[in-house]
Design a protein around this ligand. Structure first.
Ligand SMILES: CC[C@@H](C(=O)O)C(=O)SCCNC(=O)CCNC(=O)[C@H](O)C(C)(C)COP(=O)(O)OP(=O)(O)OC[C@H]1O[C@@H](n2cnc3c(N)ncnc32)[C@H](O)[C@@H]1OP(=O)(O)O
Length: 254
């Protein structure tokens, strides 16, 4: 069974859809590997102009890390390896030399919000819920999400979202500036294509040049240090009793 579906449009879009709808598109190691491979392909291939990341099904964009698997990471070191693996992938997505979109087709929770934060644009189906809920799990963002949020939103807004750790509507997140378009979602991909058409009329060289100008600031040692320090801090919280209890409570409920 495929964990992700990768499709190519003749107009230059690569669509990457996490394909685990029965787990609300939770990210396991196989999804990570497929995403890493796709990002590398988009970086190299001059026929590809943009990357759109989405989820399969109507329920969820992505429910974050696969808790049924990652509950078995008991030590700080084991958690750090998993978090750094995905953090490295999201860093390469953030700094990819082509524009990227998170097409949020439903709930985005935990690491799902971090995946979306690494993209340049976030378009959401109306009614989707967005939850940087890590605080309620006794952890913090583990894949660099807070560092990216502080780059992309005003400081107080970003801090408020992280400290509240609540589910917020896509409409509210649009007001905050994190979502760039709320779409009706009757034909989400077509609605997304319409928004991307003006960008796709540019040459790949123009798209690449602008994206590189934007991403340059994230390639500094200082930024990388902050990004991976965040990941280390989360790995230290991973084995806490509060986090173990929160994971067990979720897994026992469902
Ligand atoms: C690891 C990095 C870390 C970070 O940096 O943030 C994280 O991402 S931690 C994970 C954070 N994510 C969560 O806590 C999300 C947990 N999921 C939910 O809150 C809900 O499932 C949902 C996403 C709001 C959807 O709710 P609903 O539509 O009511 O579906 P169910 O709850 O019944 O789920 C269906 C099915 O999917 C399984 N599922 C959902 N999310 C995950 C997950 N993150 N990991 C593993 N499995 C997940 C859920 O257990 C159900 O499975 P079955 O019982 O087998 O049907």
């Amino acid at each position: 069974m495929k964990v992700a579906i990768v499709e190519y449009d003749s107009n230059g879009i690569v669509w990457f859809a996490i394909h685990r709808p029965e787990k609300r598109n939770a990210i396991n190691f196989e999804v990570m590997d497929k995403l890493e491979e796709t990002i590398a392909m988009v970086e190299k291939n001059d026929d590809v102009k943009m990357l759109v990341i989405t989820g399969t099904g109507d329920e969820a964009f992505c429910s974050g890390g696969d808790l049924s698997k990652f509950q078995h990471l008991h030590t700080t070191e084991n958690a750090k390896q998993m978090l750094e693996k995905m953090g490295t992938i999201l860093y390469s997505l953030l700094t990819l030399s082509k524009p990227t979109v998170a097409l949020i087709n439903g709930t985005a929770i935990g690491g799902g919000c971090e995946l979306a934060s690494a993209c340049d644009f976030r378009y959401a189906k109306s009614g989707s819920k967005i939850g940087f809920i890590q605080g309620k799990l006794g952890i913090t963002t583990g894949w660099g999400g807070a560092t990216m949020l502080f780059e992309k939103l005003p400081y107080t807004q970003a801090l408020d979202i992280l400290l509240r750790a609540e589910r917020i509507s896509a409409e509210k997140m649009y007001e905050y500036g994190w979502i760039h378009a709320v779409l009706p979602g009757n034909n989400l991909r077509e609605e997304c294509r319409e928004l991307l058409a003006p960008y796709l009329s540019q040459s790949v060289s123009v798209l690449r040049a602008y994206k590189m100008a934007a991403a340059e600031k994230w390639k500094s040692d200082e930024f990388r240090m902050r990004f991976f320090a965040e990941i280390r801090r989360c790995s230290e919280l991973w084995g806490s009793e509060e986090h173990k209890r929160a994971i067990q409570s979720f897994l026992n409920k469902s």
